[in-house]
Design a binder for this molecule. Structure first.
Ligand code: PSU
Ligand code: MN
Length: 300
């Protein structure tokens, strides 16, 4: 039921660098037509940095690793559902189209043997009422390096980092000692480990695996020229009130908050989101290349 595109299967077979990309950001994270432009741009960035992109999505009920141009257009145009691990089977059984969240993308990437993945911001713990993303459990479960810009700003970020700790997910600060803040470069949350190069990320991931620890590692990549924290706090307060008035809950919550933020900031949050996604794709490609180097995959 998982279809791996020929170009991706051949690249993996040949030991070449491959980067997984998610598609919920295309179906639910960004407005049209920027979603499709971004989907194409991310694949281009990965190729320019020496790796093969594999955007993952659900088409006619098939979980596809490495969607083609027409499939990307179709997902970006919609309508498409949002596939998390808890609703994936039902969507597949019904033959639906869907974007894959970080959690579902990790599942498919791991099944295909892909070791590097780029997203924007991971899901996590929402403020009241209780709601916690399946992304956290998936990060703790699948052996993949995920490059992100921290957790999405709409979340309870301190609680999210605590949950990652409990789950045993190492968070590596890219050239920084604090967690990245998604729309803003940095939070004030300290990280246990700092990395300066893609080779260092690859070595940390290999150490994690050789120790027999389950799951992957998360790279926290701060955005350049992020939003002003005071502006973001104001827009966030407004966006939360907008979404509360709509009574949105569950899997519709994150997309609704991102859309409300985009509206309140007149597109400023979308501009930063696009830039950080491209930067993360670049870094994930460098990590994927480093993971193919002999020192990274050698015997213990
Ligand atoms: N990063 C972005 N934009 C997004 C997402 C991530 O910059 O839209 C998506 C990811 O697919 C992530 C999902 O897995 O939002 C989280 O949704 P939830 O909180 O319902 O698990
Ligand atoms: Mn949820």
């Amino acid at each position: 039921m998982i279809q791996v595109a020929t170009v991706v299967a051949e690249a993996l077979e040949a030991g070449r660098a491959v980067v997984a990309l998610e598609s919920t950001v295309l179906t639910h994270g960004l407005p049209r037509p920027r979603n499709l432009e971004l989907g194409r741009a991310l694949e281009r960035v990965v190729r320019e940095h020496g790796a093969i992109p594999a955007t993952i999505g659900v088409l006619d009920g098939a979980l596809v690793v490495g969607i083609d141009a027409a499939q990307m257009e179709r997902l970006a145009a919609g309508p498409a559902a949002k596939a998390s691990p808890w609703n994936l089977a039902a969507l597949v059984a019904a033959g639906r189209d869907a974007g894959t969240t970080v959690a579902t993308t990790l599942h498919a990437a791991a099944a295909a043997g892909i070791r590097a993945f780029a997203t924007g911001g991971i899901g996590g713990v929402h403020p009241e009422p209780f709601d916690e993303s399946a992304d956290l459990a998936a990060l703790a479960r699948y052996p993949v390096v995920t490059v992100c810009a921290g957790a999405k700003s709409v979340l309870n970020v301190p609680a999210t980092i605590e949950r990652l700790e409990t789950a045993g997910v190492p968070v590596l600060g890219w050239r920084s000692d604090r967690l990245a803040g998604f729309h803003v470069p940095l939070t004030d949350l300290p990280l246990a480990a700092r990395v300066e190069s893609a080779a260092e990320v690859a070595r940390a991931f290999e150490a994690h695996r050789r120790l027999g620890l389950p799951g992957g590692v998360l790279v926290s990549h701060p955005v350049d020229d992020g939003l002003d924290p005071t502006d973001l706090a104001r827009w966030l307060e407004q966006a939360r009130a907008d979404v509360k008035a709509l009574g949105v809950r569950g899997k519709d919550l994150t997309p609704a908050l991102l859309a409300a933020l985009a509206e309140r900031s007149r597109g400023a949050t979308v501009d930063v989101n696009v830039r950080l996604l491209e930067a993360n794709a670049r870094l994930a490609a460098d990590v994927a290349v480093a993971l193919t180097a002999p020192h990274a995959e050698g015997t213990p």
